[in-house]
Design a protein around this ligand. Structure first.
Ligand SMILES: *Cc1c(COP(=O)(O)O)cnc(C)c1O
Length: 351
């Protein structure tokens, strides 16, 4: 079964080979305080920075999930409240979780069809501004230049970006925000259970000023350990090893970005002029490169999902309130061209 679900999604073909190698090398029972682990951690972080073009001065942390990153940010980087800009279910969930820990937290939902207008967004509120770069639920994105403009108009706050379904798939300008995070079961093409978080020196400074130390995943404790290339708990060592392997075999991010952008255009052309299926998002300026959301009748969508499944392909369900009238297609790097062609030939009859 080829999974076009936008996470967990199709993993790289080499994953079984890498797992075997990990077993042979003793990675599966590696001690997380050993010099071998330190070496693995160091190398993985160096590769991550090099391949994704993350500035050298940013600090990388290993965590378990993107959801954990929401919690870490709320605990350790938000003193009183954060400010959440969102247009879909994941951004809203992030706001929800943060609100439970920091009840004064504010939000500004926006129309999924509209580009954010940073000129109107000089927010004098909150310690951290939170943006979901790629909203996996509805297939929209906030472009690099908009994130940079939000940052420019809000010099006093930290900017945190959830890039869970785009990091390692498209080029992200890490310099324009302070906190970036993603779990690996989306564009990285790996099994779930690991996420990475990158923090700017400003973010580290804010963490130190706030000085929150009450949790195993308090950022201050995470930093103390990461200064020694380690984690505060036993991490997903196999996951880190697989991440290292995937990064090693990965092309330059600008090349990956070109491939993803090209494939997105092919998908859009495919659905253009379709009678029965429409892209959920009409505005090309805000459409995600890595997740396509399609709208159609409930009946047709049921049929399409069933036929795809019979042909060995798993489509993404609609998410949240969009569950019945939409389905989603991941446009992640690990998916092969011939698999896309096969899915298109199955969908052809129902367009
Ligand atoms: C998948 C996803 C998450 C949740 O990721 P987990 O690893 O399950 O915590 C958060 N944000 C976005 C945008 C996502 O696509």
């Amino acid at each position: 079964m080829v999974s076009f679900y936008p996470g967990p999604s199709r993993v790289h073909d080499q994953v079984p080979k890498w797992v075997k190698a990990a077993h042979k090398k003793g990675i599966l029972s590696m001690n997380h305080r050993s010099p071998e682990f330190v070496d693995l951690s160091k190398k993985t972080i160096a590769l991550l920075k090099r391949k994704l073009k993350i500035p050298n001065e940013y600090m990388i942390f290993f965590v378990s999930s993107a959801t954990e990153c929401w919690e870490v940010i709320a605990q350790s980087l938000v003193k009183t409240k954060s400010f959440h800009l969102y247009n879909g279910a994941f951004g809203e969930k992030w706001f929800d979780y943060t609100q439970r820990l920091r009840p004064d937290t504010q939000s500004m939902p926006f129309d999924p069809e509209k580009e954010l207008t940073p000129g109107e967004l000089a927010l004098n509120e909150g310690d951290v501004i939170c943006i979901t770069q790629n909203e996996t639920s509805n297939g929209t994105e906030v472009r690099n230049k908009i994130i940079a403009a939000v940052r420019k108009n809000n010099p006093n706050q930290l900017l945190a970006v959830d890039a869970t379904s785009s990091m390692a798939g498209i080029f992200l300008n890490f310099q324009s925000a302070d906190i970036w995070f993603a779990s690996v079961q989306k564009c990285f093409g790996l099994p779930a259970g690991l996420a990475v978080m990158a923090c700017s020196p400003r973010a580290i400074l804010q963490m130190q000023v706030i000085g929150e130390k009450n949790h195993y995943n308090s950022l201050s404790l995470m930093k103390e350990m990461m200064d020694k290339w380690q984690t505060s708990y036993t991490p997903n060592v196999l996951g880190i090893y697989l991440l290292k392997c995937a990064l090693k075999s990965m092309n330059k991010i600008v090349q990956v970005d070109q491939k993803i952008t090209r494939r997105q255009k092919v998908w859009i052309r495919f659905f253009h002029g379709s009678k029965n299926l429409h892209l959920l998002i009409a505005n090309p300026q805000v459409r995600s490169k890595t997740v396509l959301a399609l709208k159609g009748s409930t009946r047709l969508i049921e049929v399409i999902k069933a036929v795809a499944r019979k042909n060995g392909m798993l489509l993404g369900e609609g998410y949240g309130s969009l569950r019945k009238e939409t389905f989603r297609i991941a446009n992640f790097p690990a998916i092969k061209k011939k698999e896309i062609t096969r899915l298109m030939s199955v969908l052809q009859a129902y367009r």
